[in-house]
Design a protein around this ligand. Sequence first.
Ligand SMILES: Nc1nc2c(ncn2[C@@H]2O[C@H](COP(=O)(O)OP(=O)(O)OP(=O)(O)O)[C@@H](O)[C@H]2O)c(=O)[nH]1
Ligand SMILES: [Mg+2]
Length: 497
Amino acid sequence: MAPNLTSFKDDALIAFDNLTDRASGLVNPSIRLGVTGLSRAGKTVFISSLVHNLLNGGRLPVFEPVRSGRVSKIRLEPQPDDAVPRFQYEDHIAALVRDRIWPDSTRAISQLRITLDFESASGWNRLFSAGRLSLDIVDYPGEWLLDLPLLAQDFKQFSDNSVARARAPGRANRSADWLTLASSAGPTAIADESSARRLAESFTAYLKACKADASSPSTLPPGRFLMPGDLEGSPALTFSPLPDLPEGRAPKGSLWAMMERRYEAYKKHVVGPFFREHFARLDRQIVLVDALQAINGGPEALLDLEQALADVLACFRPGTNSWLSSFLTRRIDKVLIAATKADHLHHESHDRLERITARLVSRAAARIGMSGAGLEVMAIASVRATREATVDHGGHTLPVIVGTPIAGEKINGETFDGEGKTAIFPGDLPDDPEVFFRALDVDASAKKFGDVHPMPELSFVRFRPPHLEETGGGLKLSVPHIRLDRAMQFLFGDRLA
Ligand SMILES: Nc1nc2c(ncn2[C@@H]2O[C@H](COP(=O)(O)OP(=O)(O)OP(=O)(O)O)[C@@H](O)[C@H]2O)c(=O)[nH]1
Ligand SMILES: [Mg+2]
């Protein structure tokens, strides 16, 4: 059991939430799909395109219920959780389709309900099933997931972990200022608000510096320090881990005691409610991963992503005797890890991207016993911003992608204006991911990776969303994508069988 964690009251609440879910499920069967990923991974674009394709009869040949014509009616409905912001589908899709710009960054949780009427494939099911499924899609930052382990850590454990990470070679130069300040405070320093603020600011600056670094883009907890939302400036966010705390209790009136109380408040008021009200109620989960960005960032970025994914996966399948499982009353039975933005590559490289991503999560998946059923890895593009073509180059035929680079993007000294189409040779991913990862294991510590196995030379520019032709009746065509239908089939196709 977790130390000084959530009390029985919380346990009871979890059971209650699930009971009401199930009770309403009797009237209208529903499934909760969590969509997560680190910031900018593509969550908003994924949900917008998925919903748009469902509502507008998009090309979804691999999504069986739609292909076979068994789905009769699809519509948005008011979502059942009144206190959760609605996913602003209309705004996001208008940006994408009408203005051809990517939707704004979203920094909090949001939710959307889409309901499908369908005819069951089997006569038996037709007799007993309502033939209606509500899909509750929940968009939440992956950074919040990385906070869940805090529920099982007291302040000293949290401090020790944070300080160990801060002293690690890759981070030591970024954490120096904060560590010096925190060490000078000492465990017996007297509590006072301005020192607490200075420490919290210095700690936050260090977390931000790590995040901004292309080689270690994943996030260190507490997640809300980088995405405070409406908690900005509140005491629950005005604390910092302290180095070298002795065993035992914090002296009364000390800075240590003050920090400890605020850390506990963060767990109680921020992490706990997210866990209970959102995470513990999910049935299915997709984790979007910008693997291309990590590949581009070099071996350290890949290692960092592997670690972040391991932390994320551990939340979905906590071991039988872990603290998390004792609080979970339902179990996420399908997890999809999706490498996004595959439209930056020629289709010959899509399977390679998939294999590299699968390799990134394979060790973590094996560790938590999730390698078999229930976990899949795909390379997808929620919105396909490019078309494929070939160009003749010195007698060779090169596979290229064609799209409209965003204004200001540069490649080989050329700056784009955001209007014209351009053909780009994105480069190839290695065919065999093992070569890539063996090199990573051996050389990442020695930092000689690039010498032994050169990273693939990839050229990326960000493209504008595609131009959609209008059909006769002013009807917009649905958004083009790559393998979005395959993702849908895996995530909820079985619930429409
Ligand atoms: N070409 C292409 N670009 C994409 C795709 N999905 C996302 N992007 C790019 O990635 C950026 C981030 O996508 P979002 O969907 O806003 O990401 P998010 O995870 O919701 O980000 P936050 O809300 O900031 O956490 C977009 O602005 C696009 O530039 C895709 O399928 N194809
Ligand atoms: Mg978003």
